[in-house]
Design a protein around this ligand. Structure first.
Ligand code: BGC
Length: 751
C-alpha cells in the first residue's frame, strides 16, 4: 500500500544511523534520543553508551527520585518538559521511561526504574508517557520485558513463571499501554524463558498488541537483535542501531520464509508513528539554553518532592533566624551525585551544589565545609593505600563538627557504583563513609545525614545516633537547591519510598537467585518481590515501602469503602493537615485477599494531597476489578474470585490507619470442566452440577450419607477416577459429560 519495493520496506526494519530511523517513500526519518531524565542529544551519529558528548540539557531527578514523589502531575510535567526539549531539537522519539521492576537493590539501573511495585511503576509510566506525548513526541517505554539486572544482560534468560510475569513484571507496561497509549516501545536485551525479548512473539505480538491493544512501533534496545528475520516475524519493527543486514529480510521474503505482508505491517506502523510525531519535526531547531531557567525551576520542584525524610527527632527544619554555625561535611555536598552512568547520562546545564545553596539560604550562619572523604575512596585498594589521607579527612570533619551546632553529612554511592552495564555488589556505604558517620555522630553534635544514590542504602550503626536522615536519591541538577529548601523548611519533605530499605542485603527475597549463573536467572521468589515478601513474612526492615515523614502531621477521617456492582469498590476519605506548615500527604490503598496463595497485601491505589495548615480535603479512589484480581495459570486469565477482601488505608505498607473487609461476587467466570476436574469442581460449576445431578441422586439413594472425611476425599478426586471406582460411570460417559457441560456453558455465554 505504500508502493514501496521489498528492499525499501526491508530498509525500514532497521535504523538509518545510531539515532535515526530510515525514511522510505513518504515516510519520514525520525530522530531518537535518550532518555528518561534528561535529553542526551548527540546528532545522528554518536555512541549509545553515554561515552560521547551530548548537547547541554536539563537533568531532572532520575526515576528513583521522581517516582518517590507519588505525584502524577509532577511526573506529567517532567515528561512534558522533556517532550518540549525533544521537539526543540526535532527529536521525535524519547527513549524512556524505564519501567522494569526493582527486583534486587543491587540492580545496576535501579536509579532509572520507578519501583519494586508494579502499580506504582505503572502509574509513573502512565503519567510520564502522557506528558511526553502531549508535546507530539513519542515516548518509548523500556525495557520490555523482565530486564531486572545488568549482569549478562545481553544473553541471560530471565526464567519466570507465568503468574509472576503477569502479576509483577508485566503490569507496569500493561497499565502504561492501556492508559497512556504510547506510540512506541523498546524491547529488552535479555531472553524471557529462553526466548530473546527481541524475537519473542508471545511478548511482542500476543500480549503487547493482541491483548493490550498497542498499535505503535517496537524498537530494539541498542544491539538487542539476534536473528533479524525471527525478530521481524515476532513483532519487532526497527532494529537499532542498524547492523547493515537488511538483505537478510529481503532474502527471507523472496524465499517465502517471511511473508511480505509482515513488512507491509511494519511499514504501516512506522508510517503511523511518523504521522503521529510530525509536529516534532516542524519549527525552528534551537538549543536548550532557552529552558535553562524554567526547566531548572521545574527540576528543583521535582527534586523537592522526591526527597524522603526517614528520620527526624525535631532537628529539622533548621531555624533561619538562628546564627549558630553549621558543619557541612561530605564531598557530595560540593560535588553532587545527581545522575547515574550509561546511556541516560546527560550534560547538565547547571548543577546546584548543596553547600553553596545552603550558604545563600542561611546568610547569617557560618557554614564550614569539610569533604569528609575523597571521591576516590570508594575503591577499596585506594582506601588501603590512602589510609592516612582518609584519617585526615575524618579528623578535619570531626573538628568541623565539634565547632558547630549542627553537622550535616552527605554520603552515598559513588558514580562508578551506579551505572548501566553492571550490577552493584553491595548496598553498604564505603568503609570510609561509615567510619566518617560513626566519628561525626560520636562528637555529640546533632547530625543530619543526607543519602545520595539511585537505590536504597543499608544503614549503619550511625543511623541510631543521627538526628535526621534524608534519602536524597539522584536528584538531578537542582538537587542541591532542593535539599537546601527542605533543610530550611521552605518546603516540607513529601517523598515516599518506592522501594523497601532492608536491614541488610541478605534479607532481600531475590538474594539467593540474583543475578543467576550459566546464562539463567531464576525468579525463584515468584510474586514475593519487595514488600510483598517482607510484609507477608512479617520480617523486620529498616524502612517500609511507602514510608516518608513530613514536617506536618495528618489526620484521616470519614473512611468509607463501598462495593460497586459486587465487582469492585470505591474508597473515600478525608485528610486534614494537623501540622503548622503546607505539606502533602500520600494515602496509600492496599488490598488483601482471602486466598491463601497471595501476598498479604498489594498496593492498588494512592493519592497525593497538598494541604495548608488546618485544611481538609476529601478524595475518592476507585479500585477497579483488576485491583482484586490474580492470574490463573490454568485458565490463562485474570480472575476475581468471589469472597472477602480487606481494603487497607496506610501511610506506608505497614502503617495502616484503617482496614475494612468487603465481600465481592467475583467475576462469575465459569471454567471449562475437564475429565480431570475434581468432583468438587464439578459440583461447584453450575453446568457440571446440573449434568451430575441424576448420578449424584442415584448414589444418594443407594449410599447412606457419607461421612465428612469421605466427602472430602471424594471432593478432591478427579471425575475420571470414578470410572474405576465401581460407581456406575465409565470413561466414555465422563468424557461425554465434560463435552455436555462445555456446550451448556457456551450456550449460556451466548445468551
Ligand atoms: C540502553 C537503552 C538506551 C539505548 C540507547 C542501551 O544500551 O539499554 O536504555 O535507550 O542504549 O542509548
Amino acid at each position: 500500500m505504500h508502493k514501496l519495493t521489498i528492499e525499501e520496506k526491508a530498509s525500514l526494519t532497521s535504523g538509518a544511523t545510531t539515532w535515526t530511523s530510515q525514511a522510505a517513500g513518504t515516510i519520514a526519518s525520525m530522530h531518537m534520543s535518550d532518555g528518561p531524565h534528561g535529553l542526551r542529544y548527540q546528532g545522528s551519529e554518536g555512541d549509545s553508551l553515554g561515552l560521547g558528548a551530548s548537547v547541554p540539557s536539563i537533568c531532572f531527578p532520575t526515576a528513583a527520585g521522581l517516582a518517590s514523589t507519588w505525584d502524577r502531575d509532577m511526573i506529567h510535567k517532567v515528561g512534558a518538559a522533556l517532550g518540549e526539549e525533544a521537539r526543540a531539537l526535532h527529536v521525535s522519539m524519547l527513549l524512556g521511561p524505564g519501567l522494569n521492576i526493582k527486583r534486587s537493590p543491587l540492580g545496576g539501573r535501579n536509579f532509572e526504574y520507578a519501583s519494586e511495585d508494579p502499580f506504582l511503576a505503572g502509574t509513573y509510566g502512565t503519567a510520564f508517557v502522557k506528558g511526553v506525548q502531549s508535546q507530539g513526541v513519542s515516548a518509548v517505554p523500556k525495557h520490555f520485558a523482565v530486564n531486572n539486572q545488568e549482569t549478562d544482560r545481553f544473553r541471560v534468560s530471565a526464567d519466570v513463571d507465568e503468574r509472576t510475569l503477569r502479576e509483577i513484571y508485566l503490569p507496569a507496561f500493561e497499565m502504561t499501554v492501556k492508559q497512556a497509549r504510547p506510540w512506541a516501545f523498546m524491547c529488552s536485551y535479555n531472553k524471557v524463558n529462553g526466548v530473546y525479548a527481541s524475537q519473542n512473539h508471545e511478548l511482542l505480538t500476543k500480549i503487547l498488541r493482541d491483548e493490550w491493544g498497542f498499535d505503535g512501533v517496537v524498537v530494539s534496545d541498542w544491539g538487542a537483535v539476534a536473528d533479524r528475520v525471527a525478530a521481524v516475524k515476532a513483532g519487532l519493527d526497527i532494529e537499532m542501531p542498524p547492523s547493515n543486514t537488511d538483505h537478510k529480510i529481503v532474502a527471507a521474503v523472496r524465499s517465502g520464509a517471511c511473508d511480505e505482508s509482515v513488512l507491509d505491517t511494519v511499514a504501516d506502523r512506522i508510517a503511523l508513528l511518523a504521522q503521529r510525531t510530525q509536529s516534532s519535526r516542524t519549527g525552528e531547531q534551537h538549543d536548550l539554553q532557552s529552558f535553562a531557567e524554567t526547566h531548572d525551576e521545574l527540576a528543583r520542584k521535582a527534586a523537592q518532592e522526591s526527597v524522603v525524610m526517614l528520620k527526624n527527632t525535631g532537628i529539622l527544619p533548621l531555624s533561619t533566624s538562628d546564627t549558630a554555625p553549621i558543619a557541612m561535611i561530605g564531598e557530595f555536598a560540593r560535588t553532587p551525585r545527581y545522575q547515574g552512568g550509561g546511556s541516560s547520562h546527560v550534560s547538565a546545564i547547571r548543577v546546584h551544589a548543596l553547600v553553596n545553596e545552603l550558604r545563600s539560604a542561611l546568610p547569617n550562619r557560618t557554614i564550614t565545609f569539610a569533604p569528609g572523604y575523597a571521591l576516590t575512596q570508594h575503591d577499596k585498594s585506594a582506601e588501603a593505600s590512602d589510609e592516612s589521607d582518609a584519617q585526615r579527612y575524618i579528623d578535619e570533619a570531626v573538628d568541623a563538627a565539634n565547632r558547630a551546632a549542627i553537622a550535616i553529612v552527605n554520603v552515598g554511592y559513588f558514580e562508578s557504583d551506579e551505572t548501566e552495564g553492571a550490577d552493584k555488589t553491595t548496598i553498604e556505604l564505603s568503609d570510609a563513609q561509615n567510619t566518617l558517620l560513626e566519628a561525626v555522630t560520636a562528637t555529640g553534635t546533632p547530625t543530619v545525614v543526607i543519602l545520595s544514590g539511585g537505590g536504597v542504602i543499608q544503614l549503619g550503626q550511625w543511623a541510631d545516633k543521627a538526628d535526621a536522615i534524608l534519602e536524597g536519591w539522584l536528584l538531578g541538577e537542582a538537587g542541591g537547591a532542593a535539599l537546601a529548601d527542605i533543610l530550611i523548611g521552605a518546603v516540607s519533605p513529601s517523598g515516599h519510598l518506592n522501594e523497601t530499605i532492608p536491614q541488610q542485603l541478605e534479607d532481600n527475597p531475590s538474594y539467593l537467585h540474583f543475578p543467576g549463573s550459566n546464562g539463567h536467572v531464576l525468579y525463584g521468589e515468584g510474586l514475593y518481590v519487595g514488600y510483598r515478601y517482607y510484609d507477608t513474612l512479617n520480617l523486620p526492615v529498616a524502612y517500609t515501602f511507602g514510608f516518608g515523614l513530613s514536617y506536618a502531621t495528618f489526620a484521616y477521617s470519614n473512611i468509607k469503602v463501598e462495593v460497586i456492582d459486587g465487582t469492585h469498590a470505591k474508597v473515600s476519605l478525608t485528610i486534614t493537615n494537623t501540622g503548622n506548615c503546607q505539606a502533602a500527604a500520600v494515602p496509600q490503598i492496599y488490598v488483601r485477599s482471602n486466598q491463601p496463595d497471595r501476598p498479604v497485601h498489594e498496593l492498588k491505589g494512592f493519592a497525593r494531597i497538598d494541604l495548608a495548615p488546618a485544611e481538609s480535603r476529601s478524595i475518592t479512589v476507585e479500585l477497579d476489578a483488576r485491583a482484586f484480581a490474580s492470574w490463573n495459570i490454568e485458565q490463562h486469565r485474570w480472575r476475581v474470585y468471589a469472597g472477602d477482601y480487606t481494603v487497607e488505608i496506610g501511610t506506608s505498607s505497614r502503617d495502616i490507619v484503617s482496614s475494612t473487609t468487603i465481600s465481592l461476587d467475583g467475576d462469575h467466570y465459569v471454567a471449562q470442566l475437564q475429565t480431570m476436574s475434581t468432583l468438587g469442581e464439578w459440583l461447584a460449576n453450575p453446568y457440571g452440577a446440573q449434568i451430575l445431578k441424576p448420578f449424584v441422586d442415584k448414589v444418594r439413594e443407594s449410599v447412606a450419607d457419607p461421612s465428612p472425611e469421605m466427602a472430602a476425599i471424594f471432593a478432591q478426586m478427579p471425575l475420571i477416577k470414578l470410572a474405576s471406582w465401581g460407581v456406575g460411570l465409565d470413561e466414555q460417559q465422563i468424557e461425554a459429560m465434560a463435552t455436555a457441560a462445555q456446550r451448556l456453558a457456551e450456550t449460556a455465554s451466548r445468551q
